[in-house]
Write a protein that binds this ligand. Structure first.
Ligand SMILES: [Ca+2]
Length: 407
């Protein structure tokens, strides 16, 4: 077939025009977008320019033989706590030795995406030895909900938790095996943020805008489970006082910004709508009223709109999606070029995503670990006390890896 030069140039102009509408057309992900005719609310909201920093690192295996690990936390003595989703918490030494499961944890509902999920140390762990963990809590009739427990950690040959109490229960419990969210992040004031999901079915999804439900919400609680008096909806009739922000789909990545102290979170979005938000007090992040992308089985989301007055726009969104799980702001000196980067686990893309930030804007993106064999299904990413970047690989034969400078 012969194509005239005029035809070629008009096709080229059209291609550039479409690309420019999406972003700057130099993004790292070359797969086609799912969002059809949708457009970002501002330049740079998606498909940021690829920015390769060419940092030389090597990947070291710290521990292996972990069954579907979900989260890692660093103890002050150089050991680590790692959750395994079926319901086990293990103490892992720097040399990779794994303890017997920590005893004393309440039962979990480990069907589907549920089980033992995040783990975090008390801000005063050095003096009180208290840890917190999130899990899917089994309820009658096959229902479950996200829950948070705390207990005093006692290390040793048979590690255990004592004085255990469940300090938070998402309500209502529902019959679903998905979208538990549940990252735990302490604010600077030592209150605890808990991200939660919409339970991945219509009854839960529609509660994401219902302020009398804790489904599809981020909540903020005190360390004993009580409600901070300065939560946004305290004292309002028909509104749950635990709520910090509303309209969230399923955030499995969250961290406190190292400079501003604000809660940043990344949620699993629609097909074409994973999104990075700064979760601010009392704000509405729109799900399911506004969303980028489409239903996973095709078709528009709710009213097929991406913006509405009174609803927050994401700082950034991915189309196609990455399946974000785990995030860390890098602040250490071990990798000077990575300072002030935001790392995100690509659970669906089997890679590690690095974002360059300028204030609250994403200005560059890079994909790491794309040459590993097999590619890592990243569940969590953390900065270790040694400044290395730790990556937890989700698998029935899961691993903890760390990235260190290449020698
Ligand atoms: Ca949103």
């Amino acid at each position: 077939m012969t194509i005239s030069m005029n035809r070629v140039s008009s096709m080229l102009v059209l291609a550039i025009a479409v690309a420019c509408q999406r972003g700057d057309a130099q993004g790292v992900d070359q797969r086609p977008a799912n969002s059809g005719t949708q457009r970002p609310a501002f330049a740079g909201q998606t498909d940021a320019r690829e920015q390769k920093l060419d940092v030389a690192f090597e990947v070291v295996t710290v521990a292996e033989g972990l069954e579907t690990p979900w989260s890692v936390a660093f103890l002050p003595n150089g050991k680590m706590l790692i959750t395994e989703r079926p319901g086990r918490l293990r103490v892992v030494s720097a040399d990779g030795a794994k303890s017997e499961p920590v005893s004393g944890l309440p039962p979990v509902d480990n069907r589907g995406q549920g089980g033992l999920l995040d783990v975090a140390l008390d801000p005063d762990f050095a003096t009180n030895n208290v840890i917190y963990w999130s899990f899917s809590e089994p309820k009658e009739g096959g229902a479950n909900n996200t829950a948070v427990a705390r207990g005093r950690f006692v290390d040793g040959a048979a590690p255990r938790v004592e004085d255990v109490s469940v300090i938070y229960h998402q309500v209502p419990a529902m019959e679903s095996r998905a979208h538990f969210g549940s990252r735990l992040v302490f604010g600077r004031d030592k209150t605890l943020f808990v991200t939660q999901g919409d339970r991945s079915f219509t009854p839960g999804r529609m509660q994401s805008q219902d302020r009398n439900s804790l489904v599809g919400k981020f909540v903020r609680i005190n360390r004993d489970g009580s409600i901070p008096t300065d939560n946004p909806f305290v004292g309002q009739d028909g509104v749950r006082p635990e709520i910090w922000s509303i309209g969230h789909r399923n955030a499995q990545a969250a961290a406190l910004h190292p400079t501003t102290g604000e809660l940043w979170a990344i949620e699993h979005g629609t097909r074409g709508g994973d999104e990075l938000n700064i979760a601010r007090k009392g704000k509405d992040y729109g799900w399911p009223t506004i969303a980028y992308g489409i239903e996973y089985n095709g078709g528009a989301i709710t009213g097929d709109i991406t913006a509405k007055e009174g609803m927050e726009q994401p700082v950034y969104y991915w189309d196609p999606v990455i399946g974000p799980s785990g995030m860390a702001f890098y602040t250490a000196n071990l990798f000077p070029l990575w300072k002030e980067s935001l790392f995100v686990g690509g659970h669906a893309t089997y890679d590690l995503v690095r974002l360059s930030l300028d204030g609250n804007r994403v200005v560059g993106e890079e994909r790491l670990l794309i040459d590993m064999q097999p590619r890592p299904r990243v569940r969590d990413v953390r900065q270790g006390p040694d400044g290395a970047l730790y990556v937890l690989v989700d698998s029935t034969a899961g691993k903890l890896l760390k990235l260190v400078p290449r020698r």
